[in-house]
Design a protein around this ligand. Structure first.
Ligand code: NAG
Ligand code: NAG
Ligand code: NAG
Ligand code: NAG
Ligand code: NAG
Length: 374
């Protein structure tokens, strides 16, 4: 049976069942940074995705609780991120001097002056009508945009002006849960055949946002699924399934195949959509490098979770996941790439974000601030 997404035991069974449909993965991040950009106008960011970029959406929308270790080094403590601290999206926000994104579903004190975050831990693209798939997230965005229009036309003050939507950036990081879920019930070749269905949903999301005025897009490739301690704890015993760095070959091949498709999709949409700028960033390459060159980054054992149960080699136990009874967190998260077996530590996220911001992994090689500097 599928292993769960969020490492927590405090969700209701109903919520769990609901989420099992997606299976999830998440990722998170770390600190430091990089050159801060001076935007010519206020940066507005609308983000869509799963736990890799969920800044509290599952906590707001599903009541999920990831305590007690989550957010332990985040300046304000618990935030509903699946990480000890900041996520990649938080570092991207910092790089353009934007405040962190409030979850769209946050009912108390959200601040949407720099955009909104529709990402929800556990989300995928399929099935498209299930909360909170990418399609639903895009529908929520359209609702948000319509509400701004309604309020503005009544003369109310709105967090974002209507004319700021075309100059906003629309960031998407999704697919990991779809691929992980596919592996729970499909053969390898069926998993590969399923990728175009996922990509079609991403295509639909970009097209829908474009039809509603969006012009700047930022697509993250999916990470090396086969290097996650969660996956390794289940399938890593048979060493003939492992690559030289200890990651699962078939999971990573499926992720790479998906990413090839995403890059082709970018190229096709770039030529079809007039005046749009669509950037693809190879997050897989960056995250895999954290494993391959772990020593360089001070990650003592890149395939072992900081927070979990069971000890080496993976410190992942599906019945005592990070935050649940029986789990423990390491003292120094900066020595681990994996936070909870599925999501990355802030330390890892900081490195990933700085690489993303270098533009070296992007097609075309635009800096993240391109959208607010025109
Ligand atoms: C960031 O925003 C603050 C407050 O609006 C401003 O004082 C500062 O100059 C900005 N920094 C950059 C690098 O844009
Ligand atoms: C919302 O965030 C912006 C940008 O950081 C800030 O200037 C503003 O004061 C915040 N609004 C509230 C109500 O906190
Ligand atoms: C190990 O994996 C290989 C390749 O997937 C497979 O052929 C072999 O049967 C597996 N061995 C065991 C003991 O499961
Ligand atoms: C593209 O930009 C040009 C120049 O600003 C404008 O005339 C044209 O209508 C735009 N086309 C679309 C489809 O947005
Ligand atoms: C990006 O590429 C340039 C030129 O190859 C290199 O000097 C720089 O170190 C790279 N930066 C990152 C973060 O990889």
């Amino acid at each position: 049976m599928p292993v769960i997404l969020f490492g927590t035991t405090t969700m209701t069974n109903e919520t769990l069942l609901h989420l099992l449909f997606f299976l999830s993965l998440l990722v998170l991040q770390n600190s430091c940074i990089v050159d801060s950009a001076q935007c010519k106008r206020r940066p507005i960011i609308f983000n869509f995705g799963d736990s890799n970029s969920d800044t509290g959406g599952a906590s707001a929308g599903l009541g999920s609780q990831f305590g007690p270790f989550e957010g332990r080094i985040f300046p304000t403590g618990y935030t509903g991120r699946l990480c000890d601290g900041r996520l990649i999206i938080d570092f991207l926000c910092e790089s353009v001097n934007s405040s962190y994104l409030s979850p769209y579903l946050e009912s108390l004190g959200p601040n949407f002056t720099n955009g909104a975050n529709f990402a929800i831990a556990g989300a995928g693209t399929l099935s498209r009508e299930r909360a909170f798939s990418l399609h639903i997230q895009v529908q929520q965005f359209l609702h948000f945009k319509n509400r701004i229009h309604e309020l503005a036309s009544k003369g109310s003050v709105t967090p974002i002006d209507e004319d700021e939507f075309p100059g906003a950036i629309y960031t998407i990081d999704i697919g990991q849960n779809d691929i992980a879920y596919a592996f729970t019930h499909l053969s390898y070749s069926q998993v590969i055949d399923n990728n175009p269905l996922i990509l079609n949903e991403i295509k639909d999301a970009v097209q829908t946002i474009y039809n509603n005025g969006g012009r700047n897009f930022w697509l993250h490739s999916t990470g090396p699924l086969g290097c996650l301690p969660q996956k390794l704890s289940i399938c890593g015993k048979n060493t003939s399934n492992l690559d030289p760095y200890g990651c699962l070959i078939n999971f990573n091949s499926a992720a790479k195949s998906f990413n090839d498709g995403l890059r082709s999709l970018r190229d096709a949409m770039q030529s079809q959509l007039s005046n749009a700028t669509i950037v693809y960033t190879d997050v897989f390459a960056i995250k895999y490098d954290l494993i391959v060159n772990s020593g360089k980054y001070g990650f003592d054992n890149p395939l072992m979770a900081c927070c979990g149960n069971g000890g080496p080699p993976y410190n992942f136990n599906p019945s005592a996941m990070c935050g649940g009874p029986g789990s423990q967190a390491c003292t120094d998260g900066s020595r681990y790439a994996s936070w909870d077996g599925v999501h990355y530590t802030e330390a890892a996220n900081a490195i990933v974000a700085s690489r993303i911001l270098s533009a070296n992994y992007s097609t075309p090689a635009l800096k993240f601030d391109y959208f607010c500097n025109q």
